[in-house]
Design a protein around this ligand. Structure first.
Ligand SMILES: Cc1cc2nc3c(=O)[nH]c(=O)nc-3n(C[C@H](O)[C@H](O)[C@H](O)COP(=O)(O)OP(=O)(O)OC[C@H]3O[C@@H](n4cnc5c(N)ncnc54)[C@H](O)[C@@H]3O)c2cc1C
Length: 591
């Protein structure tokens, strides 16, 4: 076996251990890849229970009032700092412990409610929303999810009020996109009472202002010469903890303190381990699932701000004796932002509800949400910027800041390229395993035909059946039927790709991108359809016999379906060979 092949097999084995432990209920995204529409997870559109909605409304009112009175995004950007008074205030209105249990001083909100709070903050100031995310969505998340009762009792009360701040430290020089390549070492002490940590972390939000950091480091696997990642709670008062750079000067989200730190023989008690030793990567990925959900919420808030700004300007600025909003090319931009903002909110709500409703595995959905919302927001800001023309370029308007702030979204918490690959490959694993069963049996009939027969029947079943998309509103049936057909076509495309490429598909990122792109739009369309259906049902229940058309939802579905068809047809009609040859030639590599 070649070195490359050996490395590939090792990676596949690690991914299998990490991502696919034991049988799980079929989630929505995995269902899509198998040609099913797993309606229970997405329809009817989820709602926050009435009691919590009342609490949430109260909190949102308090948060809005606080932000109106005390949040100055321009000053935060210019001074590259979020004032302590703002952080304290966010703590007072509950934002720094929204989902933490009430017994530890948190609000005990579900993820759907948390997303509404983050959407509000994200609509105003990206520095502040990223700060809150770094503290609450990822900084204290491992403690919330994997901490023992004693650990929570010890650490959470001060963290949920903002008296203390949290951070999440995974990234290192050698471990960026390749998060599994963490080099920070954690050696057990002779008496087993603590671990000795050595290494450096970089690009860590809140590093220099945090009182408690969740740090990923490598520990030996007992009885072997291997190491695995373990999550530790580290505090900056531990001897050997050194801040190398407190605030790395940067382009956007300038109010956040992004830092570098080193641990030099830092003794961390074994009681500070979060989750099972050696399972830190699983801890990190689960934490990031939550971060990606609130990413979606923050991007939704910012997209709504883009829409508001674009509409204001298009309705007031006149050229050629007309307001800009009268020109079709301006209308096109505004319509697209409105349609996307509607979809982003729907997708965020449904993804958050998967967490709230206890789906065991929502990795693909959170990855789809992150990629989709960050890309759509980038586009929305660009469109709004264009509508403002030259005026957007000057610092007295928020759009130049929003451009700078939004650029990190496609990179942070998993770059979009890595996530696109992840969506396609994890999604295709289900049907891929069924095909493998069939191939292996064909090669070695002695393995018995039973499993291969079942796998073949599954594949065949999905290939002949167009899934039902159960909307309740008659006026949406046509969209629902089109969506069902597209899922069926998507499944055939996935099967074809698996049959045509087999294992080499792991490297074919241009194929993966189209598969992931179609899957994301199928998910986004589903969320839009579900939300629109709920709105129509609500209107009917309130006596409105002919509710108005929701133009944004209608446009989104039409555009999304067109994109899906394009992704699927591009699988066989493309210029990939020429593209790769051009890149190889530019890179100085042989094709
Ligand atoms: C402002 C800011 C705040 C941050 N906050 C935190 C934090 O709080 N905690 C934390 O742990 N980390 C944090 N990060 C780190 C962030 O998560 C990483 O920057 C990110 O994971 C990418 O890693 P990298 O920068 O090393 O890029 P690299 O891994 O070097 O990747 C560079 C680019 O290469 C491409 N690429 C990489 N791998 C692949 C692949 N397999 N296929 C195709 N293309 C690929 C992508 O386009 C990617 O953008 C922060 C970063 C920034 C800039």
């Amino acid at each position: 076996m070649s070195e490359v092949e050996a490395q590939r097999q090792k990676e596949i084995q690690q991914a299998e251990e990490l991502l696919f432990a034991g049988p799980q209920a079929l989630g929505f995204a995995k269902g899509l890849f198998q040609g099913h529409f797993v309606a229970d997870w997405v329809m009817p559109y989820p709602r926050i229970p009435a009691a919590q909605q009342t609490e949430l409304d109260k909190t949102l009112a308090e948060v809005r009032q606080f932000l109106d009175e005390h949040l100055d995004p321009v000053a935060i950007d210019r001074q590259a700092d979020i004032p302590r008074a703002v952080i304290d205030g966010l703590g007072r209105v509950g934002v720094l412990g929204t989902t933490a249990p009430v017994e530890f001083g948190g609000r005990g909100f579900m993820q759907m409610a948390n997303c509404q709070v983050l959407e509000e903050i994200g609509s105003r100031c990206a520095s502040t929303s990223v700060f809150v995310n770094a503290h609450h969505s990822i900084g204290i998340r491992a403690l919330l999810l994997f901490g023992t009762h004693e650990q929570k009792q010890k650490w959470l009360p001060k963290l949920v009020t903002g008296e203390q701040l949290g951070a999440f430290a995974l990234t290192e020089m050698e471990a960026g996109s390749d998060a599994a390549n963490v080099q920070m070492q954690a050696r057990p002490s002779q008496d087993g009472s603590h671990f000795i940590l050595n290494g450096e972390k970089r690009y860590i939000t809140n590093a220099a202002i945090a009182h408690v950091l969740t740090v990923m480091a490598r520990t030996p696997v007992p009885g072997s010469d291997r190491t695995a990642i373990t999550a530790f709670l580290v505090t900056p008062d531990m001897p050997g903890f050194t801040i190398l750079e407190a605030r790395m000067p940067k382009m956007g989200i300038r109010g956040t303190a992004t830092g570098r730190f080193a641990l030099r023989d830092v003794k961390v008690p074994k009681e500070n381990i979060l989750g099972p030793p050696g399972k830190g990567l699983k801890v990190a990925l689960t934490v990031l699932d939550f971060g990606r959900t609130t990413f979606g919420a923050c991007c939704t808030g910012a997209a709504k701000t883009c829409l508001r700004l674009a509409v204001e300007h298009a309705n007031t600025r006149k050229q050629f004796n007309k307001t800009l909003g009268e020109f079709h090319l301006v209308k096109k931009k505004i319509a697209r932002i409105a349609a996307d903002a509607y979809a982003m909110e729907a997708m965020t709500t449904i993804t958050a509800s998967l967490i709230d409703r206890g789906l065991e595995d929502y990795m693909i959905e959170t990855a789809m949400l992150k990629v989709f919302t960050t890309e759509r927001l980038w586009e929305a800001i660009n469109e709004a910027f264009q509508i403002y023309g030259g005026s957007a370029y000057f610092v007295d308007l928020p759009l130049e800041r929003m451009v700078r702030d939004a650029r990190i979204n496609q990179i942070g918490e998993g770059s979009n390229e890595v996530l696109i690959s992840f969506i396609a490959l994890v999604g295709m694993r289900g049907p891929g395993m069924e095909f493998k069963e069939i191939y292996d049996t064909m090669l070695k009939p002695s393995r018995g035909l039973g499993k291969a027969w079942t796998a073949g029947m599954h594949r065949l079943g999905a290939a002949v059946r167009i899934p039902d998309v159960p909307v309740r509103s008659a006026e949406l049936r046509s969209f629902a039927n089109q969506l069902g057909r597209l899922i069926w076509r998507f499944n055939i495309a996935v099967n074809r790709a698996l049959i045509a490429y087999r294992e080499p598909i792991l490297d074919l990122q241009l194929v993966q991108e189209r598969i992931a792109g179609a899957a994301m739009d199928l998910f986004a369309s589903t969320c839009v359809l579900s939300r629109w259906d709920a709105e129509l049902q609500f209107a009917r229940r309130n006596g409105d016999s002919a509710p108005q058309t929701n133009h944004a939802a209608d446009l989104f579905l039409r555009q999304s379906f067109r994109r899906i068809r394009r992704f699927l047809s591009d699988l066989s009609d493309n210029e990939d060979k020429a593209l790769l040859a051009t890149a190889n030639s530019a890179l100085g590599k042989v094709s």
